[in-house]
Write a protein that binds this ligand. Structure first.
Ligand code: ADP
Ligand code: ASP
Ligand code: MG
Length: 417
């Protein structure tokens, strides 16, 4: 077997049992030459986001760092039993480093501080998992991925410098043995930490696979593979055995959160197959994403995005919503980092559904109100149905109040309240 990349997400290492299960996956799959990419444990990125929020709202009295500390300490205690094990010193050193940063920092830039803080989730998880693998007799090498994956200074959504990253990875990461590293994190040209966007560890796996010409990538999940719908919200979701890159890009783009949308294009470029498999049943086939036709089986696929915002705009005077207006609107959407999910326009109105990911809605709306009549619907849900059939659409529309519907070739989108 050739050289491969595995990615274990937060759910797979959310507790000591999960870390032990990771070892089982390695035992059962017997891959010898491997880069293992690991995310922060469980919901630790959210917990670290709370640390950042508390830091900026000095009035907010919290024990946020203690939460992060206790969580990792407890997992390590379960895994290593002996509190004198060297891993505890390493955990402590990382937490001291984090506290030291917060004490010394003078930057008022929220996004910059965010990245310098949240990276500790991945540094801690990989430190613990690496020590546990060593305890279990594996010979692994721990790498700080920030030394290799380089981005610009776009904090919280770093843009990869492929040339430098490729050079670093191919020079410094051997394609033999087990290499273990972090997902999601990277660094800028000055050596400050950056991140690739929430849920970005899948993307890290793809970056590494692309740069090192891996034979395949496997992302280990708490589901049997990619299903025709998120099983948390839809009954009777079907396992998709095969998905073409193109179809997977569409599904991820519309919000099928099982694969990070940026993951697929680097893999497609080099035709590196992606497998999505269950970390509880590693022997099962899961889903293969590679070159080929659409999906197998060909069934309607449902995607749900909640907490979206519909902004409807019309002009204050009698002018039409035309190119100059619309280009101004898009410029503002870009400035306020709104992710656009859907747009619809007519002669006198322009509607846009956005994901208020960075909580800039109020500022954007205030700005838009200077030039437009603005109506805002918050908390709307966006449903996307791919490979729609009449029956599937009917059942999706049932009992929903539909604000907007858009029908494209084999894809239907509904905005509902
Ligand atoms: P990770 O542990 O790698 O972060 P995620 O939680 O991001 O894993 O992704 C797995 C989750 O994605 C599943 O638990 C499932 O609820 C959700 N999901 C959303 N859409 C789909 C889909 N189409 N197929 C399978 N899972 C999906
Ligand atoms: N830990 C990061 C997050 O929760 C990255 C990832 O899990 O992929 O967003
Ligand atoms: Mg995730």
């Amino acid at each position: 077997m050739g050289f491969q990349v595995y990615k274990f997400g937060g759910a797979s290492v959310q507790n000591a049992e999960g870390v032990k299960n990771l070892v089982k996956v390695l035992e059962q799959t017997q891959v010898e030459d491997l880069v293992i990419v690991i995310s922060a444990m469980g919901k630790m990125t959210n917990a670290l986001e709370d640390v950042v929020a508390a830091y900026f709202e000095a009035s907010l009295k919290t024990d946020t760092i203690e939460t992060v500390e206790a969580f990792h300490h407890n997992i390590a205690l379960e895994l290593f039993e002996n509190p004198a094990a060297p891993v505890f010193k390493k955990i402590q050193a990382l937490l001291e480093e984090l506290k030291g940063f917060l004490q010394r920092n003078k930057s008022p830039d929220y996004n910059f501080v965010y990245d310098q803080v949240v990276i500790y989730g991945e540094l801690l998880s990989t430190t613990i998992v690496n020590a546990f693998l060593e305890k279990e007799g594996y010979r692994t090498t721990w790498h700080d991925v920030r030394d290799y994956i380089k981005t610009d200074t776009h904090y919280r959504e770093g843009k990869v410098n492929w040339e430098v990253t490729m050079r670093n990875l191919s020079r410094k990461v051997p394609k033999k043995g087990i290499q273990l590293t972090q997902g999601f994190i990277a660094s800028d040209p000055n050596g400050f930490s950056t991140t690739l966007g929430r849920e970005g560890s899948d993307y890290t796996a793809a970056i590494i696979a692309y740069c090192l010409n891996a034979e395949r990538v496997t992302i280990w999940k708490d589901v049997p593979g990619v299903l025709s719908a998120d099983p948390r919200y839809f009954e009777n979701a079907t396992l998709l055995n095969f998905i073409s890159y193109q179809e997977a890009i569409e599904l991820a783009f519309y919000g099928a959160s099982v694969i990070h949308p940026k993951t697929l294009q680097p893999l497609q470029r080099k035709e590196i197959p992606l497998f999505v498999k269950s970390f509880l049943n590693p022997q099962e086939a899961g889903t293969q994403v590679s070159v080929g036709n659409l999906i197998e089986p060909l069934v309607p696929c449902y995607i749900r995005k909640t907490n979206q915002v519909l902004i409807a705009l019309s002009s204050l005077d009698f002018s039409f919503m035309a190119e100059d207006n619309i280009s101004e609107i898009f410029k503002l959407l870009g400035t306020y980092k709104m992710k656009v999910d859907l747009i619809q326009n007519s002669a006198i109105s322009f509607s846009v559904c956005v994901d208020n990911k960075y909580k800039n809605l109020d500022a954007l709306v205030a700005k838009l109100r200077a030039d437009f009549k603005v109506t805002v619907h918050e908390n709307v849900s966006l449903y996307t149905l791919r490979h729609a059939t009449e029956e599937a659409l009917k059942s999706l529309e049932k009992d929903k109040k539909i604000l907007l519907k858009q029908v494209m070739q084999n894809t239907v989108q509904l905005l509902t309240v």
